[in-house]
Design a protein around this ligand. Structure first.
Ligand SMILES: C[S@@+](CC[C@H](N)C(=O)[O-])C[C@H]1O[C@@H](n2cnc3c(N)ncnc32)[C@H](O)[C@@H]1O
Length: 308
């Protein structure tokens, strides 16, 4: 493994060594509540660190718990020395400081220009993912609501293939401004509504599909449930949810999926990558069940979820 090129891996090693919760070179699947209190980190960050270390052979598993071998330790030392030698301590300390901030939420901490740049780039990226999604769903003549759809890259890809689809996006002010620009230049009929997914104020309409792409992983379970309960006001028994994100699908996840999990949970307090089972149990709270799982690409999985 070429360690030099993997900042995420360095970050995981740095965090792991700051938490320093090994006893006799062993550590449990989960550290106890007191340890979390002491470190001021939360469980999702801990799990993300462990996933990254395990998949990169920087931590071993002995069948009952994680162990750090001499060989692992040498690799950790190499990485930590590198951080010091390259004077990169500042970046990692700042990231750790963010991780202990109870109120950290990425989108609250960027300025308007950064939000605009994010939204312009997001369009291109989500448009590409949209090309994978259209292979699997037919949205012709359907009413679709996308929450947190940013500037409409996904919606544009979907509408390009399904022209009679009525597509509504709810996001915050700046993504909607950028999205309206793209909508005009692409001559597509997308409705962008500036709103708050936690206080959803929409005309009382029902939708055939509700899409949440890379939204739930930004929030803890309570906040996700709040979003889902708001959605139910716009659902009937035929409504399908499409959940698209870096869903954990098995015991051994591909590197592409888990490598950004630590940054994700640091940037959004409570945010986390979830397993299919964890998402299924969230949806059971609103009486929806898993109907189909579709692997879209190296990173994204799509769950089709319908009424029980
Ligand atoms: C991680 S981004 C995902 C964007 C896009 N769906 C994607 O897959 O890349 C989360 C999106 O949710 C939006 N967002 C965050 N909090 C929100 C809120 N309370 N109400 C509405 N939109 C919100 C952000 O502006 C951003 O566009």
């Amino acid at each position: 493994m070429d360690y030099e090129n993997y900042m995420e891996l360095y970050e995981a090693v740095y965090f792991f060594n700051r938490i320093n919760c090994c006893v006799d070179n062993k550590l449990p699947q989960l550290i106890n509540k007191e340890e979390f209190k002491r470190s001021k980190l939360n469980e999702s960050i801990y799990k993300a660190i462990i996933r990254i270390l395990v998949v990169n052979n920087l931590l071993d598993y002995d069948g009952s718990c994680f162990v750090i071998t001499n060989e692992n330790q040498e690799k950790h030392r190499y990485i930590l020395d590198n951080i010091i030698n390259k004077n990169q301590n500042k970046h990692y300390t700042e990231m750790y400081d963010k991780a202990v901030n109870e109120f950290q939420f990425f989108f609250d901490n960027i300025n308007e220009l950064e939000y605009e740049i994010y939204s312009r780039y997001n369009f291109k990226i989500t448009f590409e993912t949209g090309k994978d999604v259209v292979k699997h769903v037919n949205l012709a003549n359907r009413k679709v609501l996308e929450l947190g759809g940013n500037s409409g890259g996904l919606g544009t890809a979907l509408l390009t293939q399904n022209k009679d689809c009525l597509y509504t996006i709810v996001d915050t002010k700046i993504p909607c401004i950028v999205g309206n620009e793209f909508k005009k230049s692409n001559k597509l009929n997308i409705t962008l509504i500036e709103g708050n997914v936690f206080e959803l104020m929409l005309a009382s309409e029902l939708y055939d599909y509700i899409i949440l792409m890379n939204l739930l992983h930004d929030f803890d379970d309570l906040k996700c449930l709040n979003i889902l309960r708001n959605c139910t006001k716009h659902c009937d028994s035929n409504t399908k949810f499409l959940i698209i994100e870096d869903i954990l699908t098995g015991e051994f996840e591909p590197k592409e999926v888990i490598m950004h999990g630590l940054r994700l949970s640091v940037e959004c307090r409570g945010g986390k990558q979830r397993t299919i089972e964890e998402l299924v149990s969230l949806f059971l709270n609103i009486n929806y069940k898993l109907e189909k799982t579709i692997k879209l690409n190296n990173i994204h999985t799509m769950l089709v979820i319908g009424a029980v």
